[in-house]
Design a protein around this ligand. Structure first.
Ligand SMILES: [Zn+2]
Length: 275
């Protein structure tokens, strides 16, 4: 599998037998401020989509219904993620395999977000946008389309400062926690450094993801990060954070700080919480 980590990582992938999930664990004791992981994106979109692809995206979005709030969210999802689907369609086989090995299914299959993704996948597949007609692009099945959309949403794919989108392989495996022990930082490197890291020529500047410890982490401890904005994280109410996570990413937060919160408020799906 393609390696994306840079330098020495202080984490390893760990299969959790109990939850059947995967997570990252620290392989040594780490002090606050230390870097645990530095990684190049596994998949990243160009900052500007090619003209032909952009025109197809715009034509597709223009035909989508825009009446209900759900319709409008589907349009937003299409605009944000179609460039990633194009990049995925053009990616090398080992990159595709690595992308599809990450979690692509929603933890709550009947969540509103999961339903909207299903709807958009059906529309994209029947539109012929990914039937393989654009230059070097390979055709995508409906399952591929749904998987890539799910992956981007579930793993809180990151928007880089230039507007491009990036998926980090190890970064995607880091679990969410409302009291995380790492912080995600985006670093840039110029074309020369990028060539050195990739071992081949690169003409463009690249973005690198870095996860730094925000507190002391013991060897063997799970490494966590937050998928929520700091303002939202600081709110003490677990039910509110859970509602946003469920609406945006289709999962129920079971982190220690949510589990210890006794707020019995019902988890209600609220469209106003979505962006
Ligand atoms: Zn939580």
């Amino acid at each position: 599998m393609r390696r994306c980590t840079v330098g020495r990582s202080k984490v390893e992938i760990c299969h959790d037998v109990e939850s059947k999930g995967v997570c990252l664990r620290a392989v040594e004791n780490v002090e606050p401020g230390e870097t645990l992981l530095t990684e190049l994106p596994l998949l990243s979109t160009p900052a500007a989509q090619k003209l032909a692809a952009r025109q197809c995206t715009e034509a597709f979005c223009a035909r989508l219904p825009k009446q209900s709030p759900e319709d409008q969210i589907v349009v937003c999802l299409a605009k944000r993620w179609i460039p990633v689907l194009y990049t995925f369609a053009e990616a090398a086989a080992d990159v595709k395999e690595a992308v599809l090995s990450l979690q692509t299914d929603f933890a709550v299959p009947d969540s509103s977000m999961a339903q909207m993704v299903e709807r958009l996948s059906t529309l994209l597949h029947s539109s012929g946008l990914f039937s393989g007609s654009l230059q070097t692009q390979a055709a995508l099945s409906k399952r591929d389309i749904r998987s890539v959309l799910g992956l981007m949403i579930i793993n809180a794919a990151d928007t880089m400062p230039d507007g491009s989108e990036a998926v980090f392989y190890m970064g995607a495996i880091i679990e969410h926690s409302c009291s995380p022990n790492t912080k995600f930082c985006i670093q840039s490197c110029d074309a020369k450094e990028a060539s050195k890291l990739l071992g081949k020529g690169s003409e463009t500047q690249m973005w690198i993801g870095e996860w730094r410890a925000t507190e002391a982490i013991k060897r063997g401890e799970a490494v966590t990060t937050s998928y929520l904005e700091p303002e939202l994280l600081q709110r003490s109410c677990a039910s509110e954070r859970r509602r946003v996570l469920r609406a945006r990413m289709g999962f129920e937060c079971a982190c220690a700080s949510c589990a210890s919160c006794s707020d019995p408020a019902k988890l209600v799906f609220n469209l106003a919480e979505m962006d």
